[in-house]
Design a protein around this ligand. Structure first.
Ligand SMILES: *Cc1c(COP(=O)(O)O)cnc(C)c1O
Length: 432
């Protein structure tokens, strides 16, 4: 298929008509609805490796990969086997298991600042709990967060929260009381002076950051910015909390903190840690984590936390991530970013592409954004048209300018060739 190609969509259309009657917007999480790129959602039937097949039989090279968890691609045999074996032994006990201790060991071995951790079922829950701990440990309530950073849909942080919200153009959600966000100070990403001013004015419980923000598209920190956050947090008496839900186990074995050499007090993890099943965690020093109940007085709990199936998937996922895997993922990402750059240049479409191993964003702008304002100024219609053309040629990109592409270890040279061919045609189509 080339320019102007059409997807078969009879069954997806029929399912969507049914879905909107029962599910708000027809989906269980907003970005899946694909409204940001001006089309209806695609219903998936199955997936394997780097490819998904929709209910109408269209096949795509997938760059969403469940928004990050599937670093080994879909239905990796070892991960599926681990989940099946765990399920046969019982799906949930509400009592501790050996595998949870093994997973905690694996995480702690990799992430330098995490001596102890607590598992939850979602990243939202993990950041909510990390904030509770930061407030308990400091005796303060205020938080500093960056515009365009997303830490889950908890009330206090639903202000200028990037991706889904940025896409939908909702500044903050109705239903979030003022009192919840009044304690949150929002500062532009990569603006050291604004951070300094906020720190001079407020006593924070925590400074929260995605070390490589990927929910306004991928907008890496400028040189020295994370060091500045570390120093400002320490001087302020605040905890530095890195939300590594996307970057953890992806940009390198020890996440962004190891890659960039800046240690947070608390780390929020998710996505890859559950290998495609619902799992997340927060962790830090023994002293801090010993405040969590029942070791300490900060309450936090979860019926399905440390669920045996999720833990089995997470363990199998982490154990497959050796140095060779990270080298390969870095090469794949670079080849993809380079090829997309070339294809855009050839078609004379002004884009700028940011990337770190395992993540990239194609910004429809002459130069790469430094912050959320910059990301919002991109040609969103151009991005949407390009994405629709990609889908029609069998490539499934993140359906929003404010999300990252998630290349995986299942993406082969052949997948990249197919992707770049489709991308070139799609760039020509939007240039025309
Ligand atoms: C996805 C995400 C979350 C929220 O995780 P959920 O499991 O969707 O609740 C938090 N922080 C970041 C950086 C994320 O990308």
């Amino acid at each position: 298929m080339g320019a102007g190609a059409q997807l078969r969509d009879a069954k997806s259309t029929e399912l969507y008509a049914r879905a909107v009657q029962r599910l708000p917007g027809g989906v269980n999480s907003p970005v899946r609805a694909m409204r940001a790129i001006g089309r209806d959602p695609i219903f998936v039937e199955r997936a394997e490796g780097a490819e998904i097949v929709d209910v109408d039989g269209n096949r795509y090279v997938d760059y969403v990969c469940s928004w990050g968890p599937l670093i080994h691609g879909h239905a990796h045999p070892e991960i599926v086997d681990a989940v099946i074996a765990a399920a046969r032994r019982g799906t949930s006990y509400g009592a501790p298991t050996e595998a949870e201790v093994d997973l905690a060991d694996e995480v702690s071995r990799r992430i330098p600042s995490v001596e102890m951790l607590r598992m939850t079922s979602s990243g939202t829950e993990a950041s909510m709990s990390a904030i509770r701990l930061a407030r308990a440990a400091t005796g303060r309530t205020k938080l500093l967060k960056f515009a365009g950073a997303y830490h889950g849909h908890l009330d206090g942080l639903l202000a200028e929260a990037g991706s889904g919200l940025a896409t939908a153009g909702i500044p903050a959600s109705p239903g979030v009381p003022d009192t919840a966000t009044q304690q949150t100070v929002i500062v532009p990403w990569n603006d050291g002076e604004a951070v300094a001013r906020a720190c001079a004015e407020h006593e924070f419980a925590a400074i929260l950051a995605e070390p490589y923000p990927a929910n306004m598209g991928l907008v890496p920190p400028v040189e020295g910015f994370l060091d500045l956050l570390r120093n400002k947090a320490t001087d302020n008496g605040a905890l530095l909390v890195f939300d590594e839900v996307i970057t953890g186990f992806r940009v390198g074995p020890g996440g962004a903190q190891e890659r960039l050499g800046v240690m947070p007090d608390l780390t929020v993890m998710g996505k890859v840690i559950g290998g495609g099943l619902p799992a997340a965690a927060y962790g830090g020093s023994r002293t801090l984590m010993d405040r969590i109940a029942p070791a300490g007085d900060v309450y936090q709990a979860g019926t399905l936390s440390g669920n045996p199936l999720a833990v089995a998937a997470g363990l199998a996922t982490l154990r497959l991530l050796d140095d060779t895997a990270y080298t390969r993922l870095a090469h794949t990402t670079e080849a993809l970013a380079g090829g997309l750059r070339e294809a855009a240049a050839h078609a004379d479409v002004p884009v700028s592409i940011t990337s770190v191993p395992g993540l990239l964003t194609v910004f429809f702008a002459e130069s790469a954004p430094r912050d959320y304002e910059g990301a919002k100024a991109c040609d969103l219609d151009g991005y949407g048209a390009w994405c629709r053309a990609l889908l029609a040629s069998g490539v499934y990109p993140p359906p929003s300018q404010f999300e990252a592409w998630f290349p995986s270890l299942a993406h082969t040279h052949e997948h990249l060739e197919r992707t770049l061919e489709a991308a070139a045609a799609a760039f020509h189509e939007v240039a025309a």
